[in-house]
Design a protein around this ligand. Sequence first.
Ligand code: MN
Length: 486
Amino acid sequence: MKEKVIYWLTGSQTLYGADVLEHVAQHSEEMANYVNEHMPVTVKYLTTCKSSDEVVAAVKKVNADDDCIGIITWCHTFSPAKMWIKGLHMLQKPMCHFATQYNEKLPYDTIDMDFMNENQAAHGDREFGYIVARLRMDNKVIVGHYTDPEALKELASWCKVAAGLAFSKTVKVCRFSDNMRNVAVTEGDKVDAHINLGWQVDYYPIGDLVKYIEKVTDADVDAQMAEYAEKYTMATDRIDVVREQAKYEIAIDRFCKDKGGYIGIVDHFDALHGLNQLPGLAIQDLQSKGYGFGAEGDWKIAALGAVMQYMAGQKSTGLMEDYTYDMKDGLCLGAHMLEVSPQFADTKPEIQVHPLGIGGKSDPARLVFEGIAAPEAIAVSMVDMGDRMRLIVQKIELVKYPKKMPNLPVGGLMWKYKPNFKDGVAAWIYAGGAHHTVVSSVVTAQDMIDLANAWGMECVVIDENTEINEFKKQLTYSDVIYKSKF
Ligand code: MN
């Protein structure tokens, strides 16, 4: 992520003379350099804008720079905001208005009008804020001194979101199957997703993959098996079954790279002609390498997973499915028939082979493990409401299994819903949230709200403050708002 650049643009004017502008440039450079040290991306001071033409020139540079993923604006002084209109209209990247200033404390003993002319961010913030509000831009506002750890933490999160937004525009999903027959919630408008999220979703017959599988050599498989041996515990003597998964993994990875860089993968247990197992271990290990995965044709989750995994730095993020409740203790057990990412493992994953009740194929190899605990995590679902996509974000607490489940042959997670079991489950159902989600203990609810804002997408949040009747009202209101928006 550090290769991605966010330009720092300072807003000013010529009213106070060249000396002031020289100081402002020095201050901006110093502030941007300090901020850069604390960001996951590179932050660079670009220029101080004093006129409409200068803003336009700066924004053209920002738009044309492929490494640039956004801008931070700082108005050290009153920057008459009509000069920002043309440039902001052209801006194609996300913007954070950093309401900060060079000095943290007022120099009470020495403050005079020279100081006031050079340091009037409180003044500048308001004029700039007005024009951004007037332009209806979904930007981010962060307030605090540029050395304040809280403000820097918020800014770092926003940088991660900006990087996720840029990454989203590059996401390509390779589907080896259509949606599972009759399933509604995994459907969606792929053209809408391409327009609004940048996701390119393409279908390939599974036979095209079979040709790749046939070309995998024994030496390739040996190398993949050595990699498995390093990361996982081999808890089966059915090595040939595991080698078959190694073949799938190599073939899928090569296929995705050869065909133009697919980073999302979709398969379906019922569409495996030419394969003798459902890819399990293969898909799990591919997720640990950054691939997003959607089961049963679920391309939305494959793409969302790839984006969120990227934002999380490939940590504790991936496909999940709400499976079964412990209603007594208010818990949910999440798993899938095979494909839960080892990014969630708390114990060293074991490679095991067991029968699979559906799909009619041979027993597949898979990773079995118990998931992590994390006090703060989120489950995210994206559903097509017919006229738009809705993002549903629920805060959850990941907990350890209260008891061992020795007969459960998959990787899994357990969690508690916010605000509580009953309201958490009810709110999710009212919102139309799917059984497939992307769970993360790294990406936060605020990150997803900011990402949804940048996408221009409806986002409903279920958290510790959710009250069901208010929540239902919000769904009704947002139905009206978002219908008119698209
Ligand atoms: Mn599923």
